[in-house]
Structure formats: C-alpha cells, structure tokens
Design a protein around this ligand. Structure first.
Ligand code: 0O2
Length: 232
C-alpha cells in the first residue's frame, strides 16, 4: 500500500513538473495572477473608501492564492477532464482564489454587492453558504466573477473565486479542514462531525449577536430624543 502511495506521489511530482514547464500553462497561470490582482485591488479600494465612511475597515484580512498544480491536476482527473490548459480555463473556476475575512456578516454582503455592481465585473455564480449552510455546517459566501485583464495582445476575461466569511466562520473552516485531510484521527469521527456542526450553529448566533451589539454601540441617538439635561 505504502509503495503504491509512493509511486503515485512520484508520478504526480513528475506530471506537475512537466505541466509547469509548458508555455500555455505558464501563460494561463500568469493571466490568473493578473486577474487575481485586479480583483484584490478592487476590494482594497472598497475597503479604503468604506473605512473612511464608517471609521472602521469592512474586512479584517484578505489573502490570495493560485491553486497548486497537484490540486489542479487532481480536480481535472476527478471531473474526468483532459489534463490541458484549455480544460482548466473552460472548467475550473477556482484556479485564482481570494479569501476576504470580515468582522460582521452584514459587511460581507455590502462588500460583495459593491464588487458585483462594478461594470467591468461579471458575476457568473453565487453560492450563499451563509444563508444556506452546507450540511456539515460550512458557512461562507462564494462568488465566481469574471474580470477583464489587458495584456500586450488584447483584452481577456478571466475567472476568480472570491470567498467571504467572518472571522468566526474562518476559524471553524480551518478546524473542519483538518478533519477532512488529517488521516488516523483517534476517536469517533461522527461525534466530532456532530460537535463541529453544533459549533457552526453557535458561531452563527454569536456573529449575529455581536453584530447587533456593534450596531447599538455605533448608533447615533438623534439629538431630539436625548433626555433634557438636569439643572445643577
Ligand atoms: P482549496 O484548497 O481551498 O482550493 P467546484 O469548484 O464548484 O467544482 P465545489 O466543491 O462545489 O467545487 O465548490 P464550492 O462548494 O464553491 O467550494 C470550493 C471551496 O470552498 C473549497 O476549495 C474550500 O476552500 C471551500 N469549502 C467548500 N466546502 C467546504 C467545507 O465543507 N469545509 C471547508 N473547510 N471548506 C469548504 P477546495 O477545492 O476544497 O480546496
């Protein structure tokens, strides 16, 4: 069994090296990087403007990644697609990925709406796992957008996946990710999954409770409704 695993890994390493060396593949990845930069800049601009309006940042952090070659190859294989640059471009939506971590759920929708309303952005798909969480408790808002990039040989639309989630949802997803990929976990996996689902429900309530508290702290009481000052 171990020898099989080793052989598979060696083959995957060789395939990865071969793929990385091909010109169409490097060009495709370069285009994804450019598209990712464009979307990231748009989000940074929105963050800067909204932080001036609201005196706080609508997102806490942002991270970008290009999917690794082994993950790309694995996904093509799983979907029964050919291992070519054309198949990647036509079928994979998450080669370029951006993750935006917000403090409060409302910030997610404000940012997503403002991004999608920009006239050079095309929204291809929206998966709202906040309003409709996955059965395991996964919560996030996923957008697949297309954005034009301008290269020496003209304009090209490229796809980028943008994931929005709160700090608490991100904390949950990191822990759950370990359950998915870690082998030989001691104990009852079903029990761990059930407890994780419970955590996800509690986190969702916590997010909403903290959002309400934040709104109350930030709310400005209209001057007319203030009680009259007591005479000294
Ligand atoms: P990585 O390494 O994060 O890129 P599709 O891309 O539409 O063919 P899918 O799975 O239907 O495939 O897409 P979906 O539901 O939009 O989810 C894609 C990504 O969301 C995943 O990427 C994860 O990052 C995240 N995600 C989705 N479901 C879960 C979940 O249950 N738990 C956690 N922790 N993350 C999740 P990849 O491809 O798995 O890998």
């Amino acid at each position: 069994m171990q020898t099989d695993d080793k052989k598979t890994k060696e083959l995957l390493d060789k395939a990865t090296k071969l793929f990385e060396q091909t010109k169409p593949f490097s060009e495709l990845i370069m285009r994804y990087k450019c598209a990712m930069l464009e979307v990231r800049t748009k989000l940074d601009v929105l963050n800067t403007q909204l932080s001036l309006e609201n005196d706080r940042n609508p997102f806490e952090s942002i991270s970008c990644r290009i999917k690794s070659v082994p993950s790309i190859l694995e996904k093509l294989e799983r979907k029964g697609l050919s291992l070519t640059s054309e198949a990647i471009e036509q079928n994979l939506n998450d080669v370029a990925g951006i993750r935006v971590i917000c403090s409060f759920p409302d910030d997610i929708y404000v940012l997503a709406d403002r991004l999608c309303s920009q006239d050079d952005i095309r929204l291809l798909e929206k998966k709202d796992y906040i309003k409709n969480p996955k059965p395991n408790g996964y919560r996030s808002l996923h957008l697949i957008v297309e954005i034009p990039i301008f290269l020496m040989d003209g304009k090209k639309y490229m796809r980028v996946e943008v994931q929005f989630r709160t700090i608490a949802m991100d904390f949950w997803a990191s822990l759950e990710h370990k359950l998915k990929y870690k082998k030989d976990i001691p104990g009852d996996i079903d029990d761990i999954s059930r407890r994780l689902k419970e955590c996800s429900d509690e986190i969702s309530l916590l997010d909403l409770k903290m959002q309400e508290i934040h709104k109350q702290i930030e709310s400005k009481v209209p001057a007319g409704s203030l009680p009259p000052k007591k005479e000294k």
